[in-house]
Each structure stands twice: as C-alpha cells, then as structure tokens.
Design a protein around this ligand. Sequence first.
Ligand SMILES: NC(=O)c1ccc[n+]([C@@H]2O[C@H](COP(=O)([O-])OP(=O)(O)OC[C@H]3O[C@@H](n4cnc5c(N)ncnc54)[C@H](O)[C@@H]3O)[C@@H](O)[C@H]2O)c1
Ligand SMILES: [Zn+2]
Ligand SMILES: [Zn+2]
Length: 360
Amino acid sequence: MLRSPTAPYVIEKVYLAAPADDEILVRIHAAGFCHTDVLPRDARFTGFPLIVGHEGAGVVERVGAKVSRVAVGDHVVLTFQSCGHCQLCASGRPSYCDSFAKLNASGRNADGSTCVRDEQGEEISARWFGQSSFATHALVTERNAVVVDRDLPLTLLAPLGCGIQSGAGAVMVTFDMKAGESLVVFGAGSVGLSAVLGARAVGAGAIVAVDLHRSRLDMALELGATHAFDAGAEDLVGRIREATGGGAHYAFDTTGVPNVISKAIAAIRKGGACGLVGAPTGDLVISQHALSGKALMRIVEGGVEPHAFIPKMIALWRAGSFPFDKLIKTFPLSQINEAEQSSLSGLVIKPVLVPDKYFG
Ligand SMILES: NC(=O)c1ccc[n+]([C@@H]2O[C@H](COP(=O)([O-])OP(=O)(O)OC[C@H]3O[C@@H](n4cnc5c(N)ncnc54)[C@H](O)[C@@H]3O)[C@@H](O)[C@H]2O)c1
Ligand SMILES: [Zn+2]
Ligand SMILES: [Zn+2]
C-alpha cells in the first residue's frame, strides 16, 4: 500500500471485511501496473493510506448471498466499477457512469466507508477502481468482475481490464475504425500500443506511432505500426499527414500534454476524430478554427462495456490477431517499487505484479 504520496510501496498485513450480499472475494493471481496507479501520488489526493492496483485477475473464493452470475472457483478479470443504474450504465456505456469518479478514484466505498483496516485498526482506502488489486485479495462486485475461461493464464489477462481495453476499445468501439482507415497515436505506452494493436486487428491502413523513446517506437513497429516518429521530429504534423495520405482518420492522445494534443488535432483530416485519454497535464487552448469538421472527445476506458469487450480481446488473442502479451513483463508483488520505476522510466511497457506465492 501507499501510506503517503511520496513514500515507496510497503507490504503490510491488513484485515479485509467479509463480502456483503452483492460482493465477491477474489484471490488475486496477477495485477497489471497502469500509469493511473501513479496519479494518487499527486498531492491533491487525500485518501491515504491507499491500496492501488486496478488491473487484477484471480480466482473467486467467496460470494455474497445475492451474487448469481459469478461462482466460487470462477476465474475473473477485474475492471473499473460503475453504478449500473444511471442512464449511461443502462445504455451500455458504464465508463461514463455518473458515479465514475466516486466509485473508482476515491479509493472508498460510495458512502465514504472502507472495507480494510490495518493491525492498529486504522482505515485503509481499498476500493481503487472498485478493487485495489495490488494485494493478495480484493472485494469486488459482479459489475467489475468478468468471468473468463479457466485455461487462460491470469498473468496474461490482468491488464485487459484497464490499459489494454482503453487503447483497443477507443479504436474498435469509440472510433469504430474500419479496414483501410488511418490512425496516429501519441504516446506508445501500454494504452497507445493497445490502440495500435486494435487498429491492426481491424485491418487499418496507415498506423503512425509517436513517442519520446526509441525502444517504444520499435515495439510499435513490431506490433503493426506502419510508421514511427520521434516526438521531436521536425515538421511532425506534416510527416504524419504525408504518411496518412492527407491526414489521419483518427488521432489518439495518451500523453495529456496540451501542445501534443494540438498537433494531434492538426494531424487529422476533416471528418476525422481525435480522442484524448492521457491524464491532463494542463488546460487545452486551441483555435476554434482548428476543429473545423473535426470531432474531439475525451475517452474513458475505451468507451467499452467490459463484459462484452474483454471476451472479444481474448478471442482475438486466441486467433493470433491481438498479441498484447508482447507488452507484459512480470514482477513478484514484493518488487512493486521496481515495477513502478520500470514503467516510469519507459523500460517496461506493462509490468504485471504477481503475488510472490504464485511467481515463477
Ligand atoms: N482515460 C482512461 O480511461 C485511461 C485509462 C488508462 C490510462 N489512462 C492514462 O493514459 C495515459 C497513458 O497510460 P499508459 O499506461 O500508456 O502510460 P505510459 O507511461 O506507459 O505511456 C505514456 C507514453 O507517452 C509518452 N510520452 C510522454 N510525453 C510525450 C510527448 N510529449 N510526446 C510523445 N510521447 C510522449 C511516454 O514516453 C510513454 O511512452 C496515462 O496518463 C494514464 O493515466 C487513462
Ligand atoms: Zn452508472
Ligand atoms: Zn488504468
């Protein structure tokens, strides 16, 4: 857990409440590290101590009396939480749930309570994205647990529940990209490269990746990008427009950097769309004319319904057309600080933490 924004992670024994009627106790076998797990280190976050981790996968150990779609022994991929009854949840768009921030980014239950205490009885925030899965166990609900086939390695599946669906879903669901259309991705981390994989899976034409790290650009090319440009390249927008035959159909920004977003908008053709996913690093100021005939949208969790989209990604992986396993490097949970550093330095694209008992 994180006891303060600046402290390294510590592993402690804590006490987890028994599952309520609508809850599921999951023994975590793996949890991916997403850049969003770093965001509480921002001084404005007030929920410490906090257990983060929101790309868990594991095996169901107990279910509450009102749980009907998940059974003990099921293998589950965990994803973000949603309320299930607001208008957007009811229309199959749970990532835009009215209660999204409260249920995912507060670390607390909807009523502000918590399900974990430490050995001194102090409350620990343990509902990060409805799961807090950098742990041996997590309490979740049917809404954020997707049952998967038991023959699949949980270590591989863990990151599907956030980073991978956020990239692939943006392209395949929100953009609804068609064969032959073009895409430019700014930031070739786990989310951006998942967008590249999604574009490849739908048979995209030009796929352009832009990043600061040569190693990530090389990975983008390996995964199916047709062009890879350094973020500092001269006349970057011109080069993207040339590579995409006059401007990309879609641009996807994972950096959250305003001047990168301006370039993303300039790099699409009229009739195209630009999706923003990166944690914002500042306010975006653009000429209104820059948006002539272009759509701009902030996309959350790819805009997907995870119960439909996670099985779809798994089917594509089984068919050999969605090789997201190339992004993953596993670490024992006890090396979580090293895993965080490996992500921040750009060395590892998608660290996956495995409780030491299951590692190796
Ligand atoms: N909205 C959502 O649903 C959602 C979901 C998951 C992650 N996120 C956010 O998306 C972002 C990306 O997540 P990630 O896990 O892929 O992170 P990451 O750190 O793995 O990748 C970010 C990439 O952007 C590159 N980059 C940074 N500044 C750049 C610049 N100026 N020009 C070009 N490239 C630049 C970095 O080199 C890195 O490769 C994070 O901000 C994360 O919090 C949002
Ligand atoms: Zn809702
Ligand atoms: Zn995430």
